[in-house]
Design a protein around this ligand. Sequence first.
Ligand code: SF4
Ligand code: SF4
Length: 258
Amino acid sequence: MEEEAGKHQDKNPIEPVRMTLDSKFRFSCNKGLECFRSCCGKITVFLTPYDVLRIKNRLGITSAEFLSLYTRIVDLKKTKLPFFLLNMTEDGRCPFVGEDGCNIYTDRPLVCRYYPIGLGFLKGDGIEGGDFYFTIREPFCKGFEEEREWSVQTWRESQEIDRYDLMNKDWFDIVLNKKLRAAGVEPDEKSQRLYMLGSFDMDSFRKFVFESRFLDLYDVDRATVEMIRDDEAELLRFAHKWLKGVLFGEYTYPRKEA
Ligand code: SF4
Ligand code: SF4
């Protein structure tokens, strides 16, 4: 199944114009618009690892509980590794939309931060953030009739997207890794299990690091150990670097000599 992030499920509102960071657009979203909250339903919301971390902490539940209660797995041919999508409710609404808008606004997913901008990747070797942008112009969205002008860059800044890019950078390198994209290469069951653990389940990954022989087996400096012990976002970045080693041999933290 192929789905496009940020796109509502019954129409194709993507403008076929490639934008750069300097491209301009007029847009404003506010509670006074008649379309307020219309965009928070029947939408494809891909979740990055940092989204899962922020939202499960916002809700005060574990990663496993969040994934089981609010998401479903989707396989993408392009990446060969599974992703999680946010489940809509039975009436097609996002589970987090309330009377006043998004109930998890300060921790909303990356896709919602970008909206009404979409992010595309070119097929290259690794990425630095996104490769190009486009607008998603839903017919019901009145925000495009407002006067306020943005560039893609100023929109990104207003939405805290740089922080998300930093936290997800190594993970994007994993899912878009050229070794994985090679014809005939399929990640085996063990690789998929490690990918799930190191990408989306920081509660279990923390136990794996600190309650197993992990630190006896991998060469991790003391400063990093202390940092990831106290900071779950840094634990996530560490997990992605470790995954690049075990999945592709691109080690930041190699195995110790036996
Ligand atoms: S202006 Fe667009 S993004 Fe904002 S609430 Fe309306 S439909 Fe949603
Ligand atoms: S997470 Fe928030 S912003 Fe995103 S679709 Fe749901 S209610 Fe809307």
